[in-house]
Structure formats: structure tokens, C-alpha cells
Write a protein that binds this ligand. Sequence first.
Ligand code: SF4
Ligand code: SF4
Length: 410
Amino acid sequence: MISDSLREEVYKCIKCGLCMNACPVYKQLYFEGASPRGKVQLIKQVIEGKLEPSDHFLDLIFTCLLCENCSVNCPSGLKIDRLMKAMRAELEEKFGLKWQKRMAFQFLRSSRLLSFAMIGGRLLEPVLASSMIKDRKFGTIPYARIPKINRVSLIDQYPETVSPDGPVSGRVLYFTGCATNYFFENVGSSVISILNRLGVEVIIPRDQMCCGLPIFLSGARSMAIKNILHNIEILNAQNVDAIVVDCATCGAALKKEYTNILEEMGANTDAARAIAAKTLDISQFLQRFDLKKMLGPIPGRVTYHDPCHLARSQAVREGPRNLLKMIPELEFVEMEGADSCCGGGGTFQWEHPEIASGITKKKTDAILQTGADIVASGCPGCRMQIFGNLETDLIRVVHPVELVAKAMDN
Ligand code: SF4
Ligand code: SF4
């Protein structure tokens, strides 16, 4: 059920339409039902019992990237994305999940199953890269441009506590998230190496689970609750200076969504709020240090894409840019619409490839216009979407910390 406080949100809408131009989906489809305003009005009808949710209504509610651009542009302060997430949870109870999602989420709910799935995925990689099918796509991303799975998961490459060589000046918990753990080991090793060089001890909880955000954004809150409660328990178990994340989506889960979900379910939120208060994106945590004197040159030109889950969910915009601007001989160029959604949206690009590809094209065009040879972004999902659609190997797509770690080596 949508909580009483969220139900009241629909009455704040003055139908001004300011959210419409902010909505990347509406700007592809141009019909009222695809717009945030249209969706809010439809949800209002459902709440008031004047509209029975149908398959078409379900399609409209899921034709949304949950990018939050409507919410931040609404003059009435409507929490449109929260309303949409809560509606998805109601629809999941009525209609269930697509079988593909149900199956994928079973893996995300069990670290052991996920680990087995990754072993299977590695065996499949030569097939995906074979000339027969490498041009076929997963949503908008050609198989050949899907990132390779780490040979050994990041967590298994390190002891649970990674201490600096010299004196210890601080301690953090590192929530790696699934993408860094299984796909982007270089991001994880960069985080650990930078922190250790700064004298920070890094604790990587071995029993951390998927943050659960891909599950609960699909409406399956009851499936996600195990991950949420487990992570809250283990992350609150140790006394540290901060909980550090390198994934925008995990950060949004820990800082905001866990509390929102528990609040909407009428559960106690104290422990979730304690985690939220301690969680920092790695770019925020690194602002505490004087890094500049430790960085060598990386000649080139870099641009930065703001992930929705970092820029809007967490209001982190300057931190990653500051890191990039500190690196000698690396020219920073702002792209047009840097904070507009890349079109990935978790499973959105798979479920709506024709809409996603139009949104992503705007992003890749903006990147190409900068003349940059590197694109940095703090979200593995954005990274996959951008790299998967760039159609050139001349531009590298990286996490900002990979450049910082490299600059420290130079
Ligand atoms: S911007 Fe807000 S108030 Fe205006 S139409 Fe959209 S949801 Fe309604
Ligand atoms: S969250 Fe993004 S995609 Fe969804 S309605 Fe709002 S602006 Fe449009």
C-alpha cells in the first residue's frame, strides 16, 4: 500500500507541466501518459479508486527511468519518484514480476548464488564475443561491449582488513556493491590503494550483500527486504569514520532509500538513519585530504557524466569534478547536459531499448562534442550504458578514482 503521507503528494500537483520538459522519457514519446504530470494524475485516479490498474497503466508506470529530474524541478516539491516507486510496489503485488526479473533477483538475494552465476557468466564470455553473435544486443548494448567479469571477485582478492604500510590515520568500511565486486575490479583496487596511501585502513565486509536497489526499484520490496536488513546490520556493527561507496546506486540505497522504504513500511528507521549519516561517496570522503601534491600528470582531456543516483539522489556534483580537476595535464571539459540521464536506468534500457537509445544518443553526442578522450562517471550502470553505445574505442570510460590512483602512480 502507498503510505498515507505519499498519498497526499498527489494533491500538491498544480498541473503546471514544469516536470514535463525535465523528463527524458516524455521528450522521446511526447504524450501525456508518458510525462510525470500524466503519471501523477493517473496515480491519483488509482488512489481515489476511480481507475483500476491495468496492463497499460503498469506499462506507463514502468516507462520511467526513476531519474528524479521531475522531482527536483517540481515547484510544488512533489516526491514524484517516491510516488512512482511506491506505486510499483503495489503493482508488483497485483501483477507480479516478469520471470526474467524474478530469476535475476533470486541471484541478487543470495551472495552464493550470485557467485555461481558469475562463474557461469565467465564460461559464456567466449560465446558472447564470438563473431556469430557479438553484434547482437542486450537492450541497447552489443554483447561484445558488455564488461568482462572479474576472474576473481574483488572481495576475494583482499583480506577483510586492508591496512596501510605506515601509521593508521582512520578506518572506513568499504561497501563494494556487486558491479565493482564482479565487473570493475580496477575501481575497487583504486579505492583501496588511494585510501591506504592516505593512511586509511579499509575494512571490506565479506558478508555484504547486493544493496537491493535493483530489486526494490522494480517494486519487489518484500524480496529486497532481506538484503536491506542484512546490510544495515553488518554496516552498523563496526565503529568506523565512514562507510565508503564507489557506486552511485549503492550510495543512494544506503544514504536514502533504505530509510525511505522502512519508513513507508512503518518499520523502525533508526539503524538505517545511522548508516545514512555515515555513508559517503568516495569522492566526498577524499575531499578531506590534500591530494593535489600526491598526483602526477595524466596528459589528455576528460569530461564527466553525472549519474542520477549521485547528482540528484545524493546531491554529489562537485566532488568528482574536483578530483578530476586536480590531476596535472588533464584538461577538464564540461559536456552539455552533463546531469541528464544516460538512458540506462537499471533494467530500463533492456525493457525499453527504443526509448533508451534515443536518450543515450543525446548523451554520446554530447560526449563526442567535447573532444574528450576520457569520460568519467561514478556509476557502473552509466558506465556500461555509455561505453556500450559510444561506438568508438578511442574514448575510455572510467570511474574518477581510477584516474586518481593512476595519477598517484605517475
Ligand atoms: S511540476 Fe509538479 S506541480 Fe507541476 S505538473 Fe509536474 S508534478 Fe504537477
Ligand atoms: S523520474 Fe525521470 S523518467 Fe521518470 S517521470 Fe520523472 S523525469 Fe521522467
